[in-house]
Design a binder for this molecule. Structure first.
Ligand code: P5A
Length: 324
């Protein structure tokens, strides 16, 4: 999808005027209005209505990883909150609300597993839907000293993550209900009276957290005004139901570093490490050393390790920085 989007597409959904100053609005040489995409619900709905025609093509999930621009009031902490950043944005399309909520629940479970595989404890919390819209949304929050205020039940921190072989074709509603039955809400959504009434004092966590993902169910908010429909089995047109699902890779990098470091530097969890092992030949050009390194490199590669082999003739010490 393009990063520069047509203002007209956003007028169709009604969001062009509704979206605030976070959207960077621009003009081309012919004074036509464009914007640098803060999110892609309109573009994906346009792609959907152009190419998808039949109920047989649903359910459908479309995604990409792409640059976004938010004209943030207070960009801070490097890529933690930057104006230009990478987002994984996925969009689901279903025939009705029931199926769309199932798609939401599948993504909810997939997100729990994704963050756990990165070594992170991300807690899904009820969140404000803001400019994306709809009435169902969860932010995935990593507790940290930086970030905004969050309120949750401590027992969520120890909850077992759904296993690898969980059936994504099956009913994930029990898993979703199990996770959402314990209180967790962001600052915008918290009801202090409800928090105190439903969470026993010893389990109450009132802390700060970083939002590393955000998922939404918004029904027909985009498909209705933009006329994204499919032909049903009886030949009638059906307005599709949608949701969108975001992860912030740019923000995950500093979040993972925050969680995994010591005095000597970053300790990447293997799942996100650029390489599993780095082999440095400190005497490149020396026949014996080259042969030993080549042998080790071949053996470790054969053992299935993702290797980086630095065989540059650069000597050692801080004056010869590694390429990573
Ligand atoms: C979901 C996908 C959306 O835009 N539309 C498409 C929905 N959601 S969101 O919450 O606005 O953003 C998704 C995730 O992107 C990360 N993020 C940022 N990362 C770095 N700097 C920023 N300024 C920034 N803004 C959002 C967050 O991880 C967020 O959860």
């Amino acid at each position: 999808m393009p990063t520069i989007q047509s203002a007209d597409l956003w007028r169709e959904s009604g969001r062009y005027d509704a979206y605030g100053k976070e959207m960077l609005r621009i003009e081309d040489r012919n004074e036509r209005e464009f914007l640098y995409g803060p999110t892609n619900e309109e573009v994906i709905t346009d792609i959907f209505r152009t190419y998808v025609k039949s109920y047989k093509d649903l359910p459908l999930n479309l995604y990409h990883v792409q640059w976004k621009f938010h004209d943030e009031v207070r960009p801070r902490f490097g890529t933690m909150r930057s104006r230009e950043f990478l987002m994984k944005d996925a969009y689901s399309f279903d025939l009705n609300k029931e199926d769309a909520v199932k798609a939401y629940e599948r993504m909810f479970v997939a997100y729990l597993r994704t963050y756990a595989r990165m070594g992170l404890t991300a807690i899904p919390m009820r969140a404000d839907t803001g400019p994306i819209g709809g009435d169902l949304s969860h932010e995935f929050i990593i507790l940290a000293d930086t970030g905004s205020a969050v309120f949750c039940d401590r027992r969520l921190l120890d909850k077992p993550i759904p296993p690898k072989d969980i059936d994504f074709r099956g009913d994930l509603n029990p898993v979703f209900n199990d996770w959402t039955s314990l209180y967790a809400a962001t600052e915008d959504m918290v009801d202090m009276a409800e928090f105190e009434a439903t969470v026993p004092e010893e389990h109450r966590v009132s802390a700060r957290g970083i939002e590393v993902g955000h998922i939404f169910y918004f029904g027909t908010k985009y498909s209705e005004p933009m006329k994204a429909t499919v032909t049903g089995p009886d030949g009638k047109e059906i307005i599709v139901h949608g949701g969108s699902y975001g992860v912030g890779p740019s923000r995950l990098v500093p979040t993972i570093i925050e969680a995994f470091h010591d005095d000597a530097g970053i300790i990447w969890p293997v799942s996100v490490a650029p390489f599993e092992a780095v082999l440095i030949n400190l005497k490149a050009g020396d026949a014996e050393c080259d042969a030993a390194c080549d042998k080790l490199y071949a053996e470790l590669n054969a053992a299935g390790l993702d290797m980086l082999y630095d065989d540059r003739d650069r000597g050692q010490g801080p004056s010869s920085p590694l390429p990573i």
